[in-house]
Design a protein around this ligand. Structure first.
Ligand code: ATP
Ligand code: FE
Length: 351
């Protein structure tokens, strides 16, 4: 089966061509057009601008993906599209484009949950077998999922406030570092002393796998303000030490909760991470160690497949189609769409 995947749920417009069968697939192309420059002046993603940019860019990325794959439109057997969760305008742009393509080509259409795309990526990249534990850590999400099958997810816990990527971005902002904050903070942290500031490890004393990052960010803000009050500003070294301390706290919290999540589950085949924050080397090393201590392989897909992309959507679509699920032209865009419907009831306009 040759699938065309579309992704437009946040600020990246993606199209990918993927060929596969029986839960295995090869990525023929994976094109992502970012919008960072369009939103830079606003300090965050502006939904209206994102939706318009997706609508304008989708045709173009589809053409690029087909050309890069060397597959004509007539060679596409099915269309997979992110149908949520995400910014509704962007998701709608993708769903409309996908419907048009599916109708025009007379091929099946399948709506994919964006989070399922992330969560199934280890199967695509490393052939990981079910069930495995997935830690999704990105700019918008943070959750532990036990992945039992292509459409069977069990949420074990997640952040009760900010996502870690969001916290990295806010910390960078309050220390005057460029966006995206994750890479800037990581670079600064290399010269810093992680032990100088006594930053909190939120929720470690609480049982379960829930996490919190907003208090940590506030603690960095308070430490900065104390330095400013005491010495009139912060030095390069202060900044590096704050970055190192913050990064160490995030890694500590995620490592402890990951160990707890792994310990609570029997029969896992591995521990996988996805999301932009998984690029962080300090964090990766800690999580790798946690997996090793649990006697499980650690899987971290290449960064281009950890962040938002359409190849993961095409792959999740392939698995859905192979499981016998297909949508029709009534497919709706869902701003909210929890993966684990047992843990959180459906909210919004989904059928
Ligand atoms: P989502 O996919 O949940 O909708 P998103 O598109 O913002 O959110 P990603 O593209 O997966 O998320 O990741 C972007 C986030 O990852 C940003 O917040 C960025 O600061 C963070 N990030 C990127 N590189 C690093 C790094 N080396 N260390 C820490 N954080 C990082
Ligand atoms: Fe994402």
């Amino acid at each position: 089966l040759t699938l065309l995947g579309l992704e437009s749920s946040c600020d990246d417009t993606g199209a990918a061509v993927l060929r596969g069968a029986d839960g295995r697939a090869e990525i023929l192309s994976n094109v992502v057009a970012g919008q960072a420059d369009l939103h830079a002046a606003f300090g965050g993603v502006v939904p209206e601008i994102a939706a318009r940019a997706h609508a304008e860019t989708l045709d173009h990325v589809v053409e690029q993906a087909l050309a890069a794959a060397g597959v004509p439109l007539s060679g596409i057997d099915a269309i997979a599209v992110t149908a949520g969760p995400g910014l509704i305008g962007g998701v709608l742009s993708g769903v409309m484009a996908a419907k048009g393509l599916a109708m025009g080509l007379g091929v099946p259409l399948v709506g994919v949950n964006h989070l399922a795309g992330h969560a199934l990526t280890p199967v695509l990249t490393d052939g990981v077998a079910f069930p495995y534990l997935m830690l999704l850590v990105s700019g918008g999400h943070c959750q532990f999922l036990r992945v039992d099958g292509p459409e069977a997810f069990h949420r074990l816990g997640g952040t009760i406030d900010d996502a870690p990527g969001e916290a990295f971005d806010k910390v960078a902002r309050l220390l005057g570092l460029p966006q995206p904050g994750g890479p800037s903070v990581e670079t600064e942290a290399r010269r810093g002393d992680p032990a100088r500031f006594d930053l909190p490890r939120p929720l470690l004393d609480r049982p379960g796998c829930d996490l919190s990052f907003s208090g940590l960010k506030t603690a960095v803000l308070r430490a900065r303000d104390e330095l400013v009050a005491a010495q009139g500003g912060i030095t390069e070294q202060d900044r590096a030490d704050l970055c190192a301390g913050f990064q160490a706290a995030v890694a500590d919290v995620l490592a402890v909760k990951s160990a707890r999540a792994l310990a609570g589950q029997a029969g896992l085949t591995g521990f996988a991470v996805a999301g932009g924050v998984a690029a962080n080397k300090t964090l990766r090393a800690r999580l790798e160690q946690v997996a090793a201590e649990a006697g499980l392989p650690f899987v971290a897909p290449p960064l281009a497949l950890c962040t938002d992309n359409a190849a993961m959507i095409a792959f999740a679509g392939l698995m859905a189609l192979e499981a016998g699920r297909v949508d029709d032209l009534t497919l709706s865009a869902r701003p909210r769409w929890p993966l684990d419907t047992a843990a959180a009831p459906l909210v919004g306009s989904g059928k």
